[in-house]
Design a protein around this ligand. Structure first.
Ligand code: ASP
Length: 351
C-alpha cells in the first residue's frame, strides 16, 4: 500500500516539475513605487510611503502566478519613481538585455512607480535588444489599501509577458486591465487607478482571464530594430525641458541655453510655437551648442516641421507627437549618435 502512495507521489511530483518547466519563464524586476508602498492606515491613499515592500512580498501576494508562469523575482532598485534616473535606466536596460541574451527568461515584468513609468517604458522601448515581451506595471493604491490594485496588475502583467502574442510590440505598460504601448502612454490623472491613457492614438489591447487581447500594433521602430546600442554607454547626454506659456520671460531660456546642456526640448504652445520673446535665445542655441527640439504641451497631434516656426532656418528639430518628456528621451539617445539637426530629425521621424 505504502509503495502505491510513493509511486503516486512521484508521478504527481514529476507532473508538477514538467508543468513548471513548460511554463513561460518570467523575470520580475522590482524597482519600487506605490505597488511596493504601505500606508499608515488602510484608507491612506495619498501621503503613504512608496517603495517599501520587497519583491518577495509583491509576488507572494499573488499565488495564482504559479499557474501561468515560472516567476523569479529580483529586487533591482527600491525608489519612488520621482527619483528615477538615467543611470538606473542604463543599468535596467543592461540587466534586461543580459537576461534575454543568456536565455534566462521568456519575458520580463518591471514593477515601477507610476509617476515616471512612461519615461522608463519609452527608454526601454529604444534600448532593449529583443522582441521578447517587456511589460511595466505598478499601482495607484498602496498594498495596504482595501482595494489595492497592485496584485491584479502584477498578475495581468505576468500574463501579458508570458503570452507569445505580446512579442514584437515594443515595451508595454499594463495596469487596470489595459495594455498600452510605451511610445504613446502617459499618466493622465494624479490619483485614480485608470490613470494610464494613450491619448488619441489609443491603447493596444486589454488583458482578461490571464490572456492578452490585442487590437493593433505600433508602427514606429523599437527594441531589437532600434539603432541605439548603449552597451558601452555609462552616462546619457544632458537634455532639459523648457515650458512654453503666454508672456514667458526670456531669462529661463537664456540661462538654459548657456548652461552647457546638450539639448533642449521646448514644450511649446499650440503646434510647438515659440513665444517671440524667447525665440532669440533658442535660435542662438540651435546654431551653437544645444540641439533644440520643438514639442507641444497640447498632448495630442504632431508638431509640423516648418509649420509655426521655420525649422530649416533656425536649425530646430520638430518633435512629432512625442510628449516633451518622451522627446527628451529620444533626443538623449539621438545625441549618443549625432549632433546634426537633420539627422536627429530623421530619428524623430522614425521612432
Ligand atoms: N510616487 C509614486 C511613484 O511613482 C506613485 C506611484 O507609484 O503610483 O513611485
Amino acid at each position: 500500500m505504502k509503495k502505491h502512495y510513493l509511486a503516486a507521489f512521484i508521478i504527481l511530483l514529476c507532473a508538477a516539475i514538467a508543468t513548471a518547466a513548460e511554463l513561460p519563464r518570467i523575470l520580475v524586476l522590482a524597482t519600487g513605487g506605490t505597488i511596493a508602498g504601505t500606508g499608515a492606515t488602510a484608507t491612506q491613499t495619498a501621503g503613504y510611503k512608496s517603495a517599501v515592500l520587497p519583491v518577495e512580498s509583491l509576488l507572494s501576494a499573488v499565488p495564482q502566478l504559479h499557474g501561468i508562469a515560472a516567476v523569479r523575482g529580483e529586487q533591482f532598485a527600491q525608489v519612488d519613481s520621482k527619483n528615477m534616473t538615467p543611470a538606473i535606466w542604463l543599468k535596467l536596460a543592461a540587466r534586461i538585455n543580459r537576461a534575454f541574451a543568456s536565455d534566462e527568461a521568456d519575458g520580463v515584468v518591471i514593477t515601477h512607480g507610476t509617476d515616471t513609468m512612461e519615461e522608463t517604458a519609452y527608454f526601454l522601448n529604444l534600448a532593449v535588444k529583443s522582441f521578447k515581451p517587456v511589460v511595466l506595471t505598478g499601482a495607484m493604491r498602496p498594498a495596504t489599501a482595501p482595494s489595492a490594485d497592485g496584485a491584479m496588475n502584477i498578475f495581468n502583467a505576468v500574463a501579458v509577458a508570458a503570452a507569445r502574442a505580446s512579442g514584437n510590440r515594443g515595451v508595454l505598460v499594463c495596469l487596470n486591465d489595459q495594455i498600452n504601448g510605451a511610445r504613446d502612454v502617459t499618466k493622465s490623472n494624479t490619483s485614480t487607478p485608470d490613470t494610464f491613457r494613450s491619448g488619441e492614438t489609443g491603447l493596444l489591447g486589454y488583458v482578461q482571464g490571464g490572456q492578452p487581447l490585442f487590437y493593433k500594433n505600433t508602427d514606429r521602430r523599437h527594441t531589437a530594430n532600434s539603432e541605439f546600442d548603449l552597451a558601452t554607454t555609462t552616462a546619457l547626454p544632458r537634455v532639459e525641458i523648457l515650458y512654453g506659456y503666454a508672456g514667458a520671460d526670456a531669462a529661463a531660456a537664456q540661462s538654459l541655453a548657456a548652461s552647457g546642456v546638450d539639448g533642449i526640448i521646448y514644450a511649446g504652445v499650440g503646434n510647438g510655437s515659440i513665444f517671440e520673446g524667447i525665440l532669440p535665445a533658442l535660435t542662438r542655441s540651435a546654431k551653437t551648442a544645444p540641439v533644440v527640439v520643438r514639442s507641444a504641451r497640447a498632448g495630442n497631434g504632431p508638431v509640423t516641421r516648418n509649420g509655426e516656426e521655420n525649422d530649416d532656418k533656425h536649425g530646430f528639430v520638430a518633435g512629432d507627437n512625442l510628449s516633451p518628456q518622451k522627446a527628451r528621451i529620444l533626443l538623449m539617445l539621438a545625441l549618443t549618435k549625432t549632433r546634426s539637426a537633420s539627422e536627429i530629425q530623421q530619428i524623430f521621424n522614425t521612432y
